[in-house]
Write a protein that binds this ligand. Structure first.
Ligand code: 5RP
Length: 226
């Protein structure tokens, strides 16, 4: 698939997600909004329905700026108890809707918002669908003082961690991108990663996977429900 074709799929799936929100979000409710190129297109597609949305919780400063620019007020996650819908992209997604996320480095806020949301809608094109997670290097957010220690622990689990150069997360931490993994049991592997002291969050979304997958294909957008 050419980059132009992939971008077209991202646009169609972003529009499908805005249609999903128009149909399923009650007027005046709060929406969770993710990060990345697909999420950016989704924010653009929200313009015609923005009056319906009382406010949004953003998973990154970048998405927060974009939401503000189109006139959707930002909401602090601490000020709400529930969130009906969270829409975000993924770097990889498998048939159980477990995902690798964090290519944009926003994995920690994404995981927190996903945990609050009633329904996680993943917006992805067909290049993101895999049978086994791990070809895309797994992002791990790490406290700066723990980079070497966490790298050793990840190597023991069979991965090859590489520090994302020149990148600091919105939370002031570093990212290790871990290649060489074949994640056959994503839930168990996520639990193992959660035990490594010094990690803030890992980009494996298996324990809280997506509920709905809007998948952009060359034949149109497919809706899959877990
Ligand atoms: C950001 C993410 C993104 O959802 C993921 O990287 C997909 O991005 P894109 O839509 O640009 O392919 O997890 O942290």
């Amino acid at each position: 698939m050419t980059p132009e074709q992939q971008n077209q799929l991202k646009k169609s799936v972003a529009q499908a997600a805005a249609d999903y929100v128009a149909e399923n979000l009650q007027t005046g409710a709060i929406l969770g909004v993710g990060t990345g190129s697909t999420a950016n297109l989704f924010i653009d597609a929200l313009v015609p329905i923005k009056e319906k949305i009382r406010g949004a919780v953003a998973s990154s400063e970048a998405s927060a700026h974009k939401l503000t620019a189109i006139g959707i007020p930002l909401v602090d996650l601490n000020d709400i108890d529930t969130m009906p819908i969270y829409v975000d992209g993924a770097d990889e997604i498998d048939k159980s809707f477990a995902m690798i996320k964090g290519g944009g480095g926003a994995l920690t806020r994404e995981k927190i918002i996903a945990d609050v949301a009633d329904v996680f809608v993943c917006i992805a094109d067909t290049t993101k669908v895999v049978s086994v997670l791990g070809k895309f290097p797994l992002p791990i957010e790490v406290l700066p003082m723990a980079v070497a220690q966490v790298s050793r622990a990840l190597a023991k689990l069979g991965g090859t961690p590489v520090l994302r150069k020149g990148f600091v997360t919105d939370n002031g931490n570093h990212i290790l991108d871990v290649s060489g993994l074949s994640i056959t049991d994503p839930r168990a592997f996520e639990s193992a990663l959660n035990q490594i002291v010094g990690t803030v969050t890992n980009g494996l979304f298996a324990r809280r996977s997506a509920d709905v997958l809007l998948l952009g294909t060359l034949d149109g957008v497919e809706t899959h429900i877990r």
